[in-house]
Design a protein around this ligand. Structure first.
Ligand code: PLP
Length: 500
């Protein structure tokens, strides 16, 4: 493929994506295919002969597209959002165009330095304590990891090495292997699966401590666990606090957990994967009160800050701890750089190679501006509040717990079984997509405002679908009667979007 063909192929792909986004409401959010559909269609072996890009686009439309779940449909309300914006997509194109690998400064100085700058910008936008920033006098700094899962694992591995070094210094006769076998990590029973997995990957027992009735890990619970383990000769090493749990978006009180971690010399990592984006709005920063006690903090711009996957923003107070843990030298990796404030990011992460991910963060921050990003967050929270109001207007439903950020959890008062059926029926119809959760032992449906395209009419559409299915379940005798008012919205929205 030459540059001329690239221009044509690339422009056709951009048109395709722009059309897809413009008309996304015309599609069901979930695909209508059976497992194995694509494996059955595609040839068993790779093509031997070069192909034409037009055929690739054709196959994309005809074969790939039918199997896509539309994460950016305003009717997608499952999990948490995954970021996407035109600004970010262009950043990705530029990064792919350069195709650099920035594991050291010399391997592409702009790759490292733009990451330093954008992570300082972002850290300031969030109101993080100065100590976390590369532009402060200390050893703090930010790095873009691939995912919150990686950040949690990095924190765990660094905490492990740091604890071993500390204990060996105190008592050099100790054996490194037996110290490692005694190290314990802690988090709440509401943690994301990736937090539990970090314990498995890092070979450290991860205790999932009981959260309180609101899904928060409390200081007294943590302190009790530390004491129990110390009494048994075990060594508290790592705590993951959750700011915005995946289930119900609960916030652990850092101001309770932090001082305890500091007292026991335990590394405190903050997993704010989804909700951390909201701290760019000062009115939500009280939810990270106590962040100054943390050793590392991570949130995903690739969730709620309009940056396409993958871009997980992690800050540490002491970058030297990462270097001490991950520094493995080779002669071919030698760098000419002497400025220690410019990090060799390969020592801050698990892989050696790293893409120029800062470019998409940079394009997004430039195109939206901090104020545009705040507007996005506030708008999505307003839309969630609108949904909550609609649910509250129907006395068959209850909202539990209170809505948090862009998440509204609700259930039918008549019980778990009927709530589960409601969700199953909605999923079968494929018009809207939500997933289940649990709160105080009850089955709940999680509704999240995910797509950046979401408008009030879309929320009305989703709610009307919920109501329609609830009508069918609660009063099966009217099975053939109700007309979904929401369907009229599809027409209205599509026409008005197109006529723009
Ligand atoms: N932590 C929380 C609270 C999450 O909600 C999620 C994903 O939704 C993760 C971690 C995992 O994020 P990632 O896919 O970036 O590893």
């Amino acid at each position: 493929m030459d540059s001329q063909q690239f221009r044509e192929f690339g422009k056709a792909a951009i048109d395709l994506v722009a059309d897809y986004i413009d008309n996304i409401r015309e599609r069901d959010v979930l695909p209508s295919i059976e497992p194995g559909y694509l494996i059955d269609i595609l040839p068993e072996n790779a093509p031997e002969e070069p192909g034409d890009w037009r055929d690739v686009i054709k196959d994309f439309n005809q074969i790939i597209m039918p199997g896509v779940t539309h994460w950016h449909s305003p009717r997608f309300h499952a999990f948490y959002p995954t970021g996407a914006s035109y600004a970010s997509m262009v950043g990705n194109i530029l990064s792919d165009g350069l195709g650099v690998i920035g594991f050291s400064w010399l391997s592409s100085p702009a790759c490292t330095e733009l990451e330093v700058v954008t992570m300082n910008w972002l850290g300031k936008m969030l109101g993080l304590p100065e100590e976390f920033l590369n532009c402060s006098p200390g050893r703090g700094g930010g790095i873009i990891q691939g995912s919150a899962s990686e950040a949690t694992l990095v924190g765990l591995l660094v905490a492990k090495e740091k604890t071993v070094r500390r204990l060996l210094k105190q008592n050099p006769s100790l054996d490194e292997g037996s110290i490692k076998a005694k190290l314990i990590a802690y988090t709440s029973d509401q943690c994301n699966s990736s937090v539990e997995k970090s314990g498995l990957l890092g070979s450290m027992t991860m205790r999932l401590l009981k959260s309180d009735a609101d899904g928060r890990l409390r200081g007294d619970t943590l302190k009790k666990a530390f004491k129990e383990d110390l009494a048994q000769g075990l060594i508290p090493c790592y705590v993951v606090a959750n700011l915005g749990t995946t289930g119900t978006c609960a916030f652990d009180p850092l101001y309770e957990l932090g001082p305890i971690c500091n007292e026991y010399d335990v590394w405190l990592h903050v997993d704010a994967a989804y909700a951390g984006a909201a701290f760019i709005c000062p009115e939500y920063r009280h939810l990270m009160k106590g962040v100054e006690f943390a050793d590392s903090f991570d949130f995903n711009p690739h969730k709620w800050l309009l940056v396409n996957f993958d871009c997980s923003a992690m800050w540490v107070k002491d970058g030297l701890e990462l270097i001490k843990t991950f520094d493995v030298q080779r002669i071919y990796l030698d760098d000419i750089k002497t400025d220690t404030k410019v990090p060799d990011y390969r020592h801050w992460q698990i892989p050696l190679g790293r893409r120029f991910r800062a470019l998409k963060l940079w394009t997004v921050i430039n195109i939206y501006g901090a104020e545009g990003l705040r507007k996005h967050i506030r708008n999505q929270i307003d839309l969630a509040q609108h949904f909550a109001k609609l649910v509250r207007s129907d006395d068959r439903f209850v909202i539990e717990p209170e809505p948090s950020m862009g998440l509204v959890c609700f259930r039918l008062k008549d019980g778990d079984k009927i709530t589960k059926s409601l969700l199953e029926n909605l999923t079968k119809k494929k018009k809207v997509f939500m997933v289940a959760g649990a709160f105080r032992g009850r089955y709940i449906i999680r509704f999240v405002v995910c797509s950046r395209l979401t408008k009030r009419e879309d929320i009305d559409f989703s709610w009307n679908n919920v109501k329609y299915e609830a009508d069918l379940i609660c009063k099966p005798e009217i099975h053939n009667k109700p007309k979904i008012p929401a369907l009229e919205h599809i027409e209205t929205i599509t026409i008005s979007e197109k006529s723009k």
